[in-house]
Design a protein around this ligand. Structure first.
Ligand SMILES: NC(=O)c1ccc[n+]([C@@H]2O[C@H](COP(=O)([O-])OP(=O)(O)OC[C@H]3O[C@@H](n4cnc5c(N)ncnc54)[C@H](O)[C@@H]3O)[C@@H](O)[C@H]2O)c1
Length: 275
């Protein structure tokens, strides 16, 4: 494990996966600083996790605010060991149907937010070491119809993360790691309102992950940093193959979209039946 077991910052930790990652880090003995654009949600997560857990409102698009949270984490935890860039937004539909604001939002939160957090964390980890974990997506490895701009934002996040890891190694920095975790669709609030949304069908085309499955993957990379981890590994292989052979991947996509639609309809029927 790299870094100290001191401070840990998680972005977008007011709900969903980020909340559970913050809990994991607290359980592992870190002094956690929970952040989210939604101040009330960040505060609620911190209160739920215990009296030692800190919280701050943070919009990851704001580079200066990210640096200020980083400075606070260093000052109040005695050193930053882990920074998790988890905040993300998904707005579905073909790019041409989306507003410029929607397209910009995804790129700014998912890509620029990851860049802001990574750069801020590297500055704090120089000399002491540490681990930056970027929650990306299988959408960063392959084509995702209905989620094109989201996929672009996640491809960029992976490209940035692995390139920056290479820059660190070329600069002789061996004690700062960057790990990307790329999950398939997860049953979190991000997907809760998408059962009737055909554009998000591909997110439902595999075995929908439980947030705990992804937390287990994060636990593994915390123990053993890895540049890119797909969850589950089999879907990661499929995604990489489709990414490497796009003509083949494009032929398979209609079948996968149809499968995702069937899963959405089944889950919607179950939700209606269960009231
Ligand atoms: N749910 C999925 O199917 C899925 C699949 C693969 C990857 N992911 C990724 O996992 C991460 C967590 O997603 P989730 O499923 O828990 O989603 P979620 O929508 O439940 O939670 C996202 C959190 O990010 C926060 N947030 C949004 N904009 C922000 C901003 N500008 N600054 C700071 N915080 C902001 C939200 O307030 C929210 O608390 C995201 O990066 C997402 O892209 C999700």
């Amino acid at each position: 494990m790299s870094g100290s077991l001191e401070g840990a910052v998680v972005t977008g930790a007011g709900r969903g996966l980020g909340r559970l990652i913050a809990a994991l880090l607290a359980e592992r003995g870190h002094r956690v600083l929970v952040t989210d654009i939604d101040a009330a949600a960040a505060r609620a997560t911190a209160e739920e996790l215990g009296p030692d857990v800190l919280w701050a409102a943070l919009d990851v698009r704001d580079e200066e605010a990210v640096a200020a949270v980083r400075d606070r984490a260093v000052a109040e935890t005695g050193g930053l060991g882990v920074w998790v860039n988890n905040a993300g937004v998904l707005l579905t539909g073909p790019a041409w149907d989306q507003s410029p604001a929607a397209r910009r939002l995804m790129l700014e939160v998912n890509t620029l937010g990851t860049i802001n957090g990574t750069v801020a964390a590297i500055e704090a980890m120089r000399g002491t070491g540490g681990h930056i974990v970027n929650i990306v997506s299988l959408a960063g490895l392959t084509a995702v119809p209905g989620e094109a701009v989201y996929a672009a934002s996640k491809h960029a996040a992976i490209g940035f993360s692995v390139s920056t890891l290479a820059d660190l190694r070329l600069a002789g920095t061996k004690d700062i790691d960057i790990s990307c975790v790329c999950p398939d669709g997860i049953w979190t609030p991000m997907l809760h309102d998408k059962l009737e949304d055909p554009a998000s069908a591909l997110s439902f085309s595999g075995r929908l992950l439980r947030p705990a499955d992804v937390v287990a993957a994060v636990r593994k990379v915390l123990d053993r940093p890895r540049p890119v981890t797909a969850v589950p590994g089999r879907r990661g292989l499929q995604a990489r193959l489709a990414g490497a052979l796009p003509a083949l991947g494009l032929r398979a996509l209609p079948l996968m979209v149809a499968k995702g639609r069937r899963v959405q309809r089944r889950m919607l029927a179950e939700a209606r039946r269960d009231g």
